[in-house]
Write a protein that binds this ligand. Sequence first.
Ligand SMILES: Nc1ncnc2c1ncn2[C@@H]1O[C@H](COP(=O)(O)OP(=O)(O)OP(=O)(O)O)[C@@H](O)[C@H]1O
Length: 403
Amino acid sequence: MTDTVDDVDQPYDDDVSKQEKIEALEEQLDLLESQNEEMRDELLDANAENNKYKQKLERLTHENKKLKQSPLFVATVQELTEDGVVIKQHGNNQEALTEVTEEMREDLEPDDRVAVNNSLSIVKTLEDETDVRARVMQVDQSPDVTYQDIGGLDDQVSEVRETVEMPLKSPEMFDEVGIDPPSGVLLHGPPGTGKTMLAKAVANQTDATFIKMAGSELVHKFIGEGAKLVRDLFELARQHEPSVLFIDEIDAIAAKRTDSKTSGDAEVQRTMMQLLSEMDGFDERGEIRIIAATNRFDMLDRAILRPGRFDRLIEVPKPDETGREQIFKIHTRGMNLAETVDFESLAAEATDASGAEIKAICTEAGMFAIRDDRTEVTEADFRDAWEKIQAEESDDEVSKTFA
Ligand SMILES: Nc1ncnc2c1ncn2[C@@H]1O[C@H](COP(=O)(O)OP(=O)(O)OP(=O)(O)O)[C@@H](O)[C@H]1O
């Protein structure tokens, strides 16, 4: 039997179509392979790009950390321009153009206060100036402390009256006699002995506004800020004449110069210089009196004690026995006391207590009575209170030693 034509054509056609299919598939495979190749290249590129970004991120994070660590200066935003942000540095008033990221730019407005680093890049925006002022300066139009609230400091009260009260109340006396009253008065002594009370009482007596500034708050902030705050402080005192300007913890801005040359020290120096120049340019007979206080007299830079500056020193020591008795009486004026309470013997026992500690004893004695469901405070309550306070203080000492 021989093959028919059809029989012969059939396998041939099949072969041809198979061949075509194979070729088509091969073509498709080639195409897929080349696409695959392209995608692999693209993936490699993307990975490389990704690595590059990762490195950049690491670098920027590092730089950012570094920027935040280096000393910062305070500046005010003047203008946002196409080329960057114009800032004006506090202290030297120099203007500069600096670049910022898009995100930071969105947060900035003219007059904003910003912290800048050495290369004048903006590191962060700062809280409102009035907030800083409010924290650093405390204005009390009429403090309610009187001389009668102060125990055991008769000599100090007289000195303060003579040096602060007299120039405010009778400046003409000094004119007539032809002498200048002391420029500034420095109260020095251990903590809690009544230095702040003395300054408040004299403000009260003269109807002066009491303006208090804590030296420590001034210098721990940003560079350029301290000196400006001192200027603002004197400006505030002028606005509120007659006023008593009380600078607490003056050692924080007027400590002896050390050898270290950190930017923090330079900032403290600048702040002190500003204070001295404000005092030097001060009319002694004006209606502003300056009182400073310190617990660390030994640490003070003698420059601030020169004539024309803090030239009247008043030591405010811990109270003696009679002083302690007076202070006990002052702080128990409003208390419901048992008749037998003997402040003389309590004062003899509470050796070394400061005025602030005596106040704490009185409050704590009242607490003992309340805990015991009594409304009358006994002598035993005062003794228990003193013991408790001493125990707390020695605990404090221990934790400070091991801190
Ligand atoms: N001599 C005193 N007479 C009556 N109360 C006093 C006396 N000293 C201190 N106190 C009480 O202690 C509190 C704290 O005193 P004050 O703030 O005047 O002390 P300071 O010497 O200024 O302390 P610091 O140096 O810690 O600032 C006063 O509010 C008052 O209740």
